[in-house]
Design a protein around this ligand. Structure first.
Ligand code: PMP
Length: 402
């Protein structure tokens, strides 16, 4: 569980005849290690869930985005089997060649209806969906207005589009309005996480939609962490807000609360058709296996019927917040399943994560550049698969740590 030293890795430091390019990389990696920024992968030996085995040891894990505990749900496993039998394993081609299966088409219809928007389009991942939307809709003469705490994929999308990239302080709508008012861009797009991935707070959708209206801008809402969890029947943050606007482009992922894999964009038919025609992250890539689309139909049925799971999840968030007795660390305000415990220093965050691991509790330490410098944190991610006892154990362990 420790952040192992590069010196222990012969491939990097002891291999003979390595080039100056390799030496430079090894020096950069060593510097990252000095700063407590090296990341480690753990190997999961069980399906994703509240209880996992990693490197031969059992843990209660607070690491996944499997908020409803569906990733290994028996009905989804059965649907995947059935999907493989009906549609095979690989899509074999991109959507615009011959990779677009009846399973994809049916899921797009179900998703559009579920989130209450005219049309939906599947992407293989949320990362690709964000790249696809921004690059298809904007170019050099245009501008993206982005919350400073947005997910990396929205930032990468803005950079790749070559549009002007303006960032506003987190939730600072006055700053956003000033940027919008001062812009001479041909087309404007406001981009925001709907539930912030490392903070768990929810974007003010009605106010953002009003700004989009006033300044003739698109509003791209990335609901990776709200879909399935927030809103009536888990229909997401947009449905929860009650906002209906042709300016909204809604993106959500299907590998988090939905428990499977993939993402979709939903919105007005013109937007979606522009994506089919122009989004390179859609066009130049193999379609996701249709068996996943088939499985996701079952996942949506489970999500619709999961009010009990959502209530339980909200109860766990409340329980954690009530039971923590914080001294030096702070719990950021969050009503979602993401409960961030801000620690500050990188090494202290890693040490806290390692101390919890020794107690059989897995909570990831999140460091820059994923979060701003000086705000390294434990990202406690709750799932409906946790019991109250799991959360109490975590809170007690955290209380004993500081
Ligand atoms: N947007 C946000 C806000 C996310 O948190 C993530 C995933 N961490 C993504 C997009 C990317 O989604 P995917 O994992 O499906 O690529």
């Amino acid at each position: 569980m420790s952040t192992s030293s590069l010196a222990k890795q012969p491939a990097l430091s002891e291999s003979k005849g390595h080039t100056s390019l390799q030496q430079a990389l090894a020096a950069e990696l060593a510097e990252m290690e000095t700063q407590g920024l090296l990341r480690q992968r753990r190997t999961l030996e069980t399906p994703q869930g509240a209880r996992v085995r990693v490197d031969g040891r059992e843990y209660v894990a607070f690491c996944s985005n499997d908020y409803l505990g569906l990733a290994a749900h028996p009905e989804l496993i059965e649907a995947a089997r059935e999907g493989a039998a009906r549609f095979g394993v690989g899509a074999g081609a991109s959507h615009l060649v011959l990779g677009h299966s009846g399973a994809h088409a049916a899921l797009e219809r179900t998703l559009a209806e579920f989130v209450g928007l005219p049309r939906a389009l599947l992407f293989s991942t949320g990362y690709q969906a964000n790249l696809g939307v921004v690059t298809a809709l904007l170019g050099r003469a245009d501008a993206v207005f982005a919350d400073r705490l947005n997910h990396a994929s929205l930032n990468d999308a803005a950079l790749l589009s070559r549009a002007e990239f303006k960032r506003y302080p987190h939730f600072d709508l006055d700053a956003l309005e000033r940027l919008l008012a001062g812009s001479r861009a041909r087309r404007k797009l406001i981009a925001t996480d709907a539930v912030f991935s490392m903070d768990g707070d929810v974007a003010p959708v009605p106010e953002l939609a009003a700004l989009a209206e006033r300044h003739d801008a698109w509003l791209l809402l990335d609901d990776a962490h709200g879909f399935g969890v927030m809103g009536p029947q888990g229909r997401g943050v947009l449905a929860r807000s009650g906002v209906r606007s042709p300016r909204v482009i809604y993106m959500a992922t299907l590998g988090k609360a939905a428990g499977v894999f993939g993402a979709f964009v939903a919105g007005e038919p013109e937007v979606l058709e522009a994506l089919v025609q122009r989004a390179r992250a859609y066009i130049y890539t193999t379609a996701a296996p249709p068996l996943l689309a088939h499985t996701l139909q079952k996942s949506l049925e489970l999500i619709r019927a999961a009010d009990g799971r959502r209530d339980h999840l909200r109860g766990l968030s409340r329980l954690l917040r009530e039971r923590l007795r914080l001294k030096r660390w702070t719990l950021a305000p969050s009503e979602s399943a993401i409960q961030p415990l801000i620690i500050g220093g990188n090494r202290e965050a890693v040490a806290a994560s390692e101390a919890l691991a020794r107690e059989g509790l897995l909570v990831p330490a999140i460091r820059p550049p994923t979060v701003p410098r000086g705000t390294a944190r434990l990202r406690i991610s709750l799932s409906a698969a946790h019991g109250a006892g799991d959360v109490e154990r975590l809170a007690d362990a955290l209380n004993a740590l500081q």
